[in-house]
Each structure stands twice: as C-alpha cells, then as structure tokens.
Ligand binder design. Structure first.
Ligand code: AMP
Length: 395
C-alpha cells in the first residue's frame, strides 16, 4: 500500500483530497468537526517534513457556485483544528488558483474552493482533473467518504501522478480496519447488522457470510426474517418482497456454518413516538396494532454473550429506533457489550451512517477500536467491491 511514510515531502507541494463535507448551522458554523480532525495527521506529517499542502474538498450538493456551500465558511475551524494559518482561494481551478499555488511556500496550507462548484468534478472530467493535478508534486487521497466515487479529484486525477501518489493516514487506516475484519481477522468473527431495511444491506450480508462465524440481525430488518418464518410481527416494519431472500440467507448461513442470532423479544409500541405505550413481547408474537421498536432484555443478554465470545466485531446499523430515547436501550446495551469485548482484546469496527451517529451520541466512539468515517464507501467495501478512489492509487 502506498502510504504517506513512503514519501519525504520536503520542498514538495502535496495536493490532498480531503473530506471536509461537514455539517454547518444557519450561521454557517461547523457543528461537527470530526472530518477536519480526521485529516489533521496527514496535513501535519507533510508540514513537518517541510512541505506545503493544497487542500481540496467538496461541501454539500451545490448547483453551480452557491455561496452557502463555500468552503470559506469552514476556514476558521480548519485553522483552529490544524493549529496554523490556512490561506483560502475562492476558486478551485484557473488563474487565481495557479497564482496562489505558485506563491505557497513550505510550511503553508492553501484551501481551494468547493470542487462541486464545477459539474466536471462529479462527471470525472479528465481535463478538469488534469488542471487540479498541476497544483501538487504528490497526490494524496485522504477522503474515504468519497472513495467509492470516480470523481475528478478522488480518482481521475491519480492518472497524472505515475508514482507520486499515496493514501493519506486516514484512508490508510480505513482500509486497514476493514481488511482486519474481512481478510485478516482473528476468529471468531461477528457481524452485527441492524437498521431499517434488509434491501439496503443484502449485498453486505451475502458477502460477509463467507467471512464471519456469527451474524446478529437486529433492528427493523429482523422483522422480515421473523415474518418469513411464520412469526406474527403486528405493525412492525417489513419488506414482504424480501421474505424469500431472508429465508435464502438463513439457508446459506446454515450451509456456511454461520450462526445467526435474531432478537427473541422486543419492545413493542402502539405508536411510532417516544411517549407511546409499550410492552415487551416475543418477537414472533407481536399483537396487531403494535410494532417492534427495540431489542428486549433477553435479546440484549443473548447478544452480550455472543459479542463477548468474539475476537473481531463489525457493527453496522442500530438495534432499534435509537433516535427516540425510549427505544435506544438495545443499541446502548450493545454499545456496552462491544466496549467490554474491546477492553478484553477484541477488534471492533463501527461503520456506516446511523451506527456511527449512535456510538457518538451514546459516548462509545472512543471505546471501540475504530469508527469509520465513510458511510456509503464502507458499505461498498463490505459488499466486496473495489472502490475507484482506492484502485486509482494502487494502479
Ligand atoms: P439504516 O440506515 O438502514 O442503518 O437504518 C437506520 C434506521 O433504522 C434508524 O433511523 C433507526 O431508527 C431505524 N430502525 C431501527 N430499528 C427499527 C425498528 N424496529 N423499526 C423502525 N425503524 C427502525
């Protein structure tokens, strides 16, 4: 793997694709700086070597040049987090940028304007990528969140750097962590898949059946499996058209010797709201008019037992409607179980959208081995796909 440590950046300009697609409030202040913090080690290594950094990123989904999506809004946060001055140029290609790059001296950082102000970025336009490539001697990709996109700055640009290209330290860690789960894992290996829909995780399940010893299927997804086996699920969410697939997955799991664990009891609510009436019932005997919204206590205990016998743990998707306090218990209990297993030496990786939000919200982010920064990118890797942004560096 080509990493930062293969290069000495002294007197070199690094053109770095970072993921500064951060949330802003209505005063255009950054409300979650995780992604900026995540890029810091790469930037610091290059500056410490005696090089300079040209940072490029997208922000949101602008239609042309729209000031509300300007990266100008985040400059102050980048300065605060990196701890040194950051210059900003209000374009990402053209004369102004060329001049700013030419004037950049070792030890300095320049942030370019939002790449998606140009349609060419998402189209993967070769001429646009070539222009960007002129702004650095070495191309560094540190944006895992967009590594599954063949955009100009994430993939196409790499062809203009024969050997002078590498992964930033964040992207390298992401690749290593997923590899540790999928290919170089210590057994027993457990995957926990929760969340709302079977359909969004089906390819992941199919791919990981070859890699895991245990599979926990929780959250809204579990009801499709229960109904498919003849259980009564009341008003719980279910994808009827995926029931056959659910049975097929269970069959495949058995054939591959994977132990599947599904909740045995649930908290059922008579309304999809935090102050609904609730009762605990067996997952296959939910009364009409009630819907399963969280894992029950017996299930939590069962899952704790499974988690704590495993040495490698992947968690994607909450066990209940954790956004509502009353239905967050199962997800929190699972967080505690994974915390305990990690303290006892297991490697735990949390990734993919909502489970990342959940571990942050409930304070588990620094208790697991690694929290992935890329939702879609992580899911595609778990599906067994080669990501174009990663391939482009390896080529
Ligand atoms: P996903 O994006 O597929 O990981 O799904 C995450 C969403 O699943 C969260 O917003 C949860 O509220 C939701 N979810 C988890 N369990 C349930 C459930 N039992 N019923 C409805 N939604 C659920």
């Amino acid at each position: 793997m080509n990493t930062l440590n293969d290069f000495n950046f002294e007197n070199k300009k690094a053109i770095i694709r970072v993921d500064f697609n951060v949330p802003l409030n209505d005063k255009f202040e950054v409300t979650d700086t995780t992604r900026i913090q995540a890029a810091k080690p790469t930037i610091i290594k290059i500056l410490e070597d005696g090089g300079s950094c040209v940072l490029m990123s997208h922000l949101g989904r602008p239609k042309g040049k729209q000031d509300e999506f300007s990266l100008r809004h985040i400059v102050k946060s980048v300065i605060d987090i990196i701890g040194c001055n950051v210059k900003f140029v209000d374009d990402c290609v053209g004369d102004k940028v060329e001049e700013a790059v030419a004037n950049l001296v070792d030890g300095e950082i320049l942030l370019l304007e939002n790449l998606r102000f140009y349609d060419e970025e998402k189209k993967g336009d070769v001429a646009f990528a070539e222009k960007l490539s002129k702004y650095g001697d070495i191309y560094v990709n540190d944006a895992f969140g967009t590594a599954h996109r063949a955009h100009a700055s994430t993939t196409i640009i790499a062809q203009f750097f024969k050997e002078n290209k590498c992964f930033g330290s964040l992207l390298a860690r992401e690749i290593e962590s997923i590899d540790k789960v999928l290919n170089n894992s210590e057994k027993p290996v457990l995957a926990i898949l929760g969340g709302a829909k079977v359909s969004s995780k089906i390819t992941v399940i199919e791919n990981i059946l070859d890699k895991v010893d245990h599979l926990i299927i929780g959250g809204g997804m579990s009801f499709t499996f229960i109904k498919a086996q003849g259980g009564k699920i009341g008003n719980s969410i279910c994808e009827d058209d995926k029931m056959e697939l659910a049975l097929e997955i269970l069959k495949q799991a058995k054939a591959k010797n994977v132990q599947v664990h599904i909740p045995v009891d649930v908290i059922a609510a008579d309304d999809f709201s935090n102050d609904a009436n609730t009762q605990i019932c067996d997952i296959d005997a939910i009364p009409d008019g009630w819907e399963g919204v969280d894992a029950g206590l017996k299930s939590q205990e069962n899952f704790d037992g499974v988690v704590n016998q495993c040495k490698t743990i992947l968690w994607n998707g909450p066990l209940g409607v954790f956004e509502m306090e009353s239905f967050a218990g199962g997800t929190i209990a699972l967080g505690h179980s994974i915390d305990k297993a990690t303290k006892n030496g297991a490697f735990s990786l949390v990734g993919g959208g909502d489970s990342v939000a959940a571990v942050k919200q409930f304070g588990f982010a620094d208790k697991v081995s690694y929290v992935s920064t890329g939702g879609g990118a992580m899911l595609e890797m778990l599906e067994g796909k080669n990501l174009p942004g990663i391939e482009a560096i390896l080529k």
